[in-house]
Design a protein around this ligand. Structure first.
Ligand SMILES: NC(=O)c1ccc[n+]([C@@H]2O[C@H](COP(=O)([O-])OP(=O)(O)OC[C@H]3O[C@@H](n4cnc5c(N)ncnc54)[C@H](O)[C@@H]3O)[C@@H](O)[C@H]2O)c1
Length: 356
């Protein structure tokens, strides 16, 4: 396999997963626009390196392509990998930045027959998959969903995993302007944080949410607020289902990532391992009056699950993810991001009106 983009996710998440899977997958080529990063990361795994996507895609040693570049390059690179006749593609989330890009990807995947796996790792977590096989009619009765994420900032886990080369420094804080400028900048910053939080973090669990909220096009955001230093609190409805999305990235000593789907007679709750951490799978609990079924933890997590799936697809076994499901997952995320941004605008307009 070959990897486009050799940043922290490749170095701290994927290479450690792949190191345990050398009997089924070998990294043959690593590409990054920064040749020094590509060379250094490729040397760790004895792979060829380059700084050009075309060179990697033309490499016959590469049968599976993983796209781990920043978001804005995903759609072009997924399409190019499909057109290059590779056997399967992994694209880090989000796999596209708008509905048009997503539709273009689905069309190329259908035309070329190249299966695409999106790096929403919880959907490949054995704890989640075991719950899915066991929950029976739960989706018919769920009325409330909660996704709650408390994590340290990514570099803490990255630095536990490896020595990162070429980390991009965080953007510098903007200089202070006039009060009117500052208010507009605060609103723009809140909208950017919400969009970044939804498309970068909440998006891991939105495919899970959607399993219990089939009316995903009827999104209404009731409340959307940012949390310092980074996070969000969003309440929304999708049809008749009430959904609460919370995230806080702070100096926590105890990371926690939970998902709950609550119905009248049964409840599913899942504890996921934090992102970056390779410590076995999630543990799921399905509870009804008088009985609790505990599923997991199993030996590997969703990151490894993604790679196992890709190896299967490249061998021509196993069912490919349904492109419509991937598109609908993305549409759901985009709809929440748009409605959350509109909620911030509406709040700011109401405040101005009250002040006037
Ligand atoms: N699954 C997860 O748990 C998880 C966690 C964090 C980030 N991510 C996703 O992984 C992706 C990469 O994240 P990161 O933290 O490594 O990002 P990053 O932006 O810090 O690093 C990406 C790397 O890509 C390189 N790059 C830039 N433009 C490129 C191009 N056109 N082609 C190839 N490489 C290019 C950069 O030089 C850098 O080395 C993002 O899409 C992000 O959303 C996933």
């Amino acid at each position: 396999m070959g990897i486009l983009g050799a940043g922290p996710v490749t170095q701290a998440i994927h290479l450690p997963s792949l190191a345990r899977l050398r009997d089924i997958l070998e990294v043959r080529h690593i590409m990054d626009v920064d040749p020094a990063v590509a060379e250094s990361v490729a040397a760790r795994v004895g792979a060829r390196f380059s700084s050009s996507m075309e060179e990697l895609l033309a490499d016959p040693a590469v049968e599976i392509v993983a796209i781990c570049s920043p978001h804005q390059f995903h759609a072009t690179q997924v399409i190019a990998a499909c057109r290059a006749g590779k056997k399967a593609v992994l694209c880090e989330k989000p796999f596209a930045m708008n509905g048009e890009e997503a539709a273009a990807i689905a069309a190329v995947s259908a035309e070329t027959g190249v299966p695409i796996v999106v790096g929403a790792m919880h959907t490949f977590d054995p704890g989640w998959l075991a719950a899915e096989s066991a929950w029976g009619t739960l989706p018919d009765q769920v009325h409330t969903i909660r996704s709650s994420i408390v994590l340290p900032p990514n570099p803490r886990f990255e630095d536990f995993a490896t020595e990162i080369v070429g980390r991009t420094p965080p953007p510098a804080a903007a200089a202070a302007g006039t009060p009117a400028d500052d208010a507009a900048a605060d609103i723009a910053a809140a909208k950017a944080t919400l969009t970044g939080g939804i498309m970068g973090l909440a998006i891991h669990d939105l495919p899970l949410v959607r399993r219990f909220a089939p009316d995903f096009r009827a999104v209404e955001v009731l409340h959307a607020q940012t949390v310092q230093p980074f996070g969000y609190v969003i309440s929304l409805r999708a049809g008749a289902v009430a959904i609460e999305l919370r995230a806080a990235m702070n100096g926590t000593w105890e990371p926690s990532w939970t998902f709950e789907a609550i119905g009248d007679d049964a409840t599913l709750s899942i504890d996921f391992t934090p992102s970056y951490v390779q410590a076995g799978s999630a543990t799921a609990r399905i509870r009804t009056a008088g009985s609790t079924t505990v599923l997991g933890p199993y030996g590997h997590n969703g990151y490894e699950g993604e790679w196992r799936k890709l190896a299967e697809l490249a061998r021509g076994t196993g069912a490919a993810p349904d492109p419509d499901t991937l598109i609908h997952d993305l549409e759901f995320a985009l709809a929440i991001a748009d409605a959350a941004a509109a909620c911030v605008d509406a709040g700011a307009a109401a405040y101005e009106e009250a002040r006037a």
